[in-house]
Structure formats: structure tokens, C-alpha cells
Design a protein around this ligand. Structure first.
Ligand code: PAF
Length: 284
């Protein structure tokens, strides 16, 4: 497995693989890899010939006061895990290589409408940072495929819209959320939870599953369902940002009769901010 920090070395590797008609699959990450990331890598392996994983803690998607400085960085463990998955290349650039014109110049591409509201309301600037970095990484890696997790559901929708708006020749694949045995979605930020908070944390997913079940049974009082879920979370020390029932693709508010919905939530628990979602469609 190659570890590359330099943009020109990345370019020459990619060019050489492309010259041999090899299909490149790209998994962008911020490192501190867990089983959820490794599921993305395993899926990537099935889609093409070469798997490239980037590890880059992207400063532009963190607001002032968020955890950019303390975000867990574990490069050696990450390299070991990726080598075991037979990843071909790890791209671990520094900030100047990703943003040669400075981080202030980032954000020239406008966030697509699907990135307005929900996360954007509570983390203004987050998606501007995500689209800046992902667009730049796509330019550098020029993948045939890119793989993202469904846990970050709105992020996935934003990237899908960006690929479509810009006409990028990239296929997007998504992988189901990997969970602990008690249902908690894997996240690097779960390590911020105290033992007591960790014991409460699965309530987020349980609450979304219960709400999803009520939708399947035909309950259409969406506002009441969202409020009830928020109260349930608040009763065990969560501070919910939102619980929201949306159309699965557009993320617009849902109206009765909608067959494909998603229930999304974000809530703080101690130092951690957890997000999760459950899809409710004709097939689930
Ligand atoms: O989901 C993440 O880990 C990040 O938002 C991403 C897509 C790697 C961009 O920094």
C-alpha cells in the first residue's frame, strides 16, 4: 500500500492506473477509521480495480469552537487497518496541498438546495466546507466511483446533487450504516461519550425506529411524531437539534401519501453530537 502526501505523486499514480484502463474507486475520510469506514472500503473493492482512501481532517467543515483541533487523529492505526483491507493508495495531504489558494478561498461552489436546513441550520458552513473539499479531492483523484456512508444521509444527498449539477463522470455508491450491537451508529465522535452517556446513546436509533414504525402503520401527524421523539430524547439528557421526517430524495418536508421517506435526527449528548437516520420506503 502506498501512502502519498504529495499531489503530483498522486496524479502520476492515477495517470499510470488510468493508462492501464484500471477503474479507480475513491473513499474520502477524515481518518480515525472504524468498522463503518472499513465497510466503505470493502464495498469499494467490489467496484473497481484500485481503491484510494483519503485521510484529511478538513478544516473548512468545522465551525469556530467545534472540535477541529481535538478531532481524533490516528494515522498509524488507520494505515494498518487500510493495509489489511488491501487498499492500493492512501492519500494523506496537508492543508496547503488541498487548499493551495488558502482555506478562505474555499467555497466557490454553492451548496445545492438539498444541503439547506437540517444539518445546515445547526452547523452553518458545514456543507460549504464539505463540498469544497470533496470537489477538490474529486479533481485530484479523478475516480470512476466514490463511496460514502448512509449515516451522513444529507451529506450523501449533497454530494449526489453536486455530481449531477457539475456533470462529473463519477458514479456514487452508498453503504448502509454500521451499528454497534445495541444499535448505536458507529462514529469517531462516539469516543467523546462518558460511560453513562454511552449507555443512553442507543436511544437515538431506537426512537427513530419507533417513529419509522408509526409511519409504516399510517400515522401522518408528522409534527406530533417529531415532537414526541424530541421529548423522548430530551428525557434522557439528549439535547436534540432536530428530528425530522423528510422525502427520501429531495429532503423536502413530507406530505401524506409519500411512499419514500427518511427520518433524520441530530442530538447532543454530553460532548458528542450524534446523527442518525432511518429510511421508510415501500421496501422497508
Ligand atoms: O464524512 C466525512 O468523513 C467527511 O465529511 C468527508 C466526506 C470525508 C469530507 O471531509
Amino acid at each position: 500500500m502506498l501512502t502519498v502526501r504529495d499531489v503530483s505523486e498522486l496524479r502520476s499514480r492515477v495517470e499510470s492506473w488510468r493508462g492501464q484502463n484500471q477503474r479507480i474507486v475513491f473513499v474520502p475520510t477524515m481518518g480515525n477509521l472504524h468498522a463503518g469506514h472499513l465497510a466503505l472500503v470493502r464495498h469499494a473493492r467490489t467496484l473497481g480495480d484500485r481503491v484510494i482512501v483519503s485521510i484529511f481532517v478538513n478544516p473548512t467543515q468545522f465551525a469556530p469552537g467545534e472540535d477541529y483541533d481535538s478531532y481524533p487523529r490516528t494515522p498509524q492505526d488507520d494505515a494498518q487497518a487500510l493495509a489489511a483491507e488491501q487498499v492500493d493508495l492512501v492519500f494523506a495531504p496537508d492543508v496547503d496541498s488541498v487548499y493551495p489558494d488558502g482555506v478562505k478561498a474555499a467555497g466557490a461552489y454553492p451548496v445545492p438546495p438539498v444541503g439547506h436546513g437540517l444539518e445546515d441550520e445547526f452547523r452553518p458552513g458545514f456543507f460549504a466546507g464539505v463540498v469544497s473539499v470533496v470537489k477538490r479531492l474529486f479533481e485530484l483523484v479523478q475516480p470512476d466511483w466514490a463511496v460514502f456512508g448512509q449515516k451522513d444521509y444529507q451529506q450523501l444527498a449533497v454530494i449526489r446533487a453536486m455530481i449531477s449539477d457539475l456533470g462529473l463522470p463519477i458514479e456514487l455508491a452508498s453503504v448502509a450504516t454500521v451499528r454497534e450491537a445495541d444499535g448505536l451508529a458507529l462514529s469517531s465522535r462516539n469516543q467523546y461519550l462518558s460511560a453513562e452517556e454511552r449507555a443512553h446513546a442507543p436511544l437515538l436509533y431506537r426512537t427513530l425506529c419507533e417513529l419509522a414504525e408509526r409511519l409504516r402503520q399510517g400515522d401522518v401527524d408528522y409534527a406530533a411524531l417529531e415532537q414526541e421523539a424530541m421529548h423522548k430524547l430530551a428525557s434522557v439528557d439528549f439535547v436534540p437539534d432536530y428530528v425530522s421526517i423528510r422525502q427520501a430524495e429531495s429532503l423536502l418536508p413530507v406530505t401524506p401519501g409519500e411512499r419514500n421517506c427518511v427520518v433524520l435526527a441530530a442530538a447532543r449528548l454530553g460532548r458528542a453530537r450524534l446523527i442518525d437516520n432511518v429510511i421508510v420506503s415501500d421496501n422497508t
